[in-house]
Ligand binder design. Structure first.
Ligand SMILES: Nc1ncnc2c1ncn2[C@@H]1O[C@H](COP(=O)(O)OP(=O)(O)OP(=O)(O)O)[C@@H](O)[C@H]1O
Ligand SMILES: [Mg+2]
Length: 262
C-alpha cells in the first residue's frame, strides 16, 4: 500500500534521511521509532507528500501521495507532531472533530444528525465523549491528543499517519489507544503508521517496527528482529530496555496483571 523507494533527503547540506526503502501492506499497524532528530517527522512528511525528497520516491497504491489524496482514491488521516489546532481558540470539542465539515461555510454551519452521531462515536472510542461541549482550551494535553485522534478518524481514513499521538497520554490510556488502533487495522483493514518514543509497550500491538536514525536500521516484526540489540545500535549503549510481551508480569502494560515479576 505504501512503498518508499530509496528516499534520501538533504537539509542545509546535511543528510537527514539516507536511502530509505520499505513497504507497508494494507491493514498493517507499523511503529516508527528512533531518537530525537532521527528524521521520523521528516519521513512522515515525505509519506504524506508535504516534503519532496532529494532522491527517491513514495508511492501509495502505485501513485504519488498527493495524487492519491487529490484523486480521492483514498483518504489519509494525518496527525502532525506540531498541533494544527490552536488550542487557545474559543472552540468546543465538537467543532474540532467536525472541523472539515464546517470550515468552508463558517463555524455556524449546521451539521447533520449523522455527523453528530459519528463525532460522538469517535469521541467515545477515545474516551472523551463527556468533553464534547467543553472548550478545547480547558482540556488537558492528553485529552487534546485524544480529541485529535477522534478528528482524524471522523473521515473514515484508509490510512492513518500519526506523529507522536500519545506523548501527553497517561500509561493506561496509552494502552487503550494501541488496542483501539490495532482493532481498527484488523477490522477495517486500515493501515496505520505511527511515530512514537514508547519503544517498549508499542511492540505488543504493532505488526512491524521500523528503527530509524537517518538510515532505516531495521524493519520487521518485533518478535523476529533482534530488537534489544537494534535499539542499542540506534539509541546507544546506555539504553536499558524492558520488552513487554506474553511473559510480562505485574506490569501496567502486561497482558495478565495477576503475575508478579517481569
Ligand atoms: N526545515 C529544516 N531545515 C533544516 N533542518 C531541518 C529541517 N527540518 C528538520 N531538520 C533537521 O532534520 C533532523 C530530523 O528532524 P525530524 O524533525 O525529522 O526528527 P525527529 O526524528 O522527528 O525528532 P523528534 O523525535 O525530536 O521529533 C533534525 O536534525 C532537524 O534539526
Ligand atoms: Mg518528530
Amino acid at each position: 500500500m505504501i512503498r518508499a523507494k530509496d528516499i534520501t533527503l538533504f537539509k542545509d547540506n546535511r543528510k537527514i534521511l539516507d536511502s530509505i526503502d520499505f513497504h507497508v501492506n494494507k491493514g498493517e499497524f507499523v511503529a516508527i521509532i528512533g531518537p530525537n532528530g532521527a528524521g521520523k517527522t521528516t519521513l512522515i512528511k515525505v509519506i504524506v507528500g508535504l516534503i519532496k525528497p532529494s532522491k527517491g520516491k513514495v508511492e501509495i497504491d502505485g501513485v504519488k501521495p498527493e495524487d492519491f489524496i487529490k484523486r480521492r482514491r483514498g483518504i489519509i488521516g494525518y496527525l502532525p507532531q506540531k498541533a494544527i489546532v490552536n488550542w487557545s481558540m474559543p472552540l468546543k470539542v465538537l467543532d474540532v472533530v467536525l472541523i472539515e465539515k464546517v470550515r468552508p461555510f463558517g463555524l455556524f454551519k449546521r451539521y447533520s444528525k449523522e455527523d453528530l452521531e459519528k463525532a460522538e462515536y469517535w469521541l467515545e472510542v477515545f474516551g472523551v465523549k463527556d468533553k464534547i461541549n467543553s472548550y478545547i482550551k480547558d482540556l488537558s494535553g492528553g485529552e487534546q491528543q485524544r480529541v485529535s485522534l477522534a478528528r482524524c478518524m471522523f473521515n473514515d481514513p484508509e490510512i492513518l499517519i500519526l506523529d507522536e499521538p500519545n506523548t501527553a497520554v497517561d500509561a493506561v490510556y496509552n494502552v487503550k489507544i494501541y488496542e483501539t488502533l490495532k482493532k481498527l487495522c484488523d477490522e477495517r483493514d486500515m493501515t496505520t503508521v505511527m511515530v512514537t518514543h514508547d519503544i517498549g509497550a508499542v511492540t505488543m500491538y504493532v505488526d512491524e517496527v521500523m528503527c530509524l536514525n537517518v538510515k532505516l536500521h531495521c524493519h520487521g516484526s518485533p518478535s523476529l528482529i533482534n530488537y534489544s540489540e537494534m535499539l542499542r545500535t540506534v539509541y546507544g549503549q546506555g539504553l536499558n530496555i524492558v520488552i513487554h510481551g506474553e511473559q510480562c508480569k505485574n506490569c501496567a502494560f502486561g497482558i495478565n496483571n495477576d503475575r508478579t515479576t517481569h
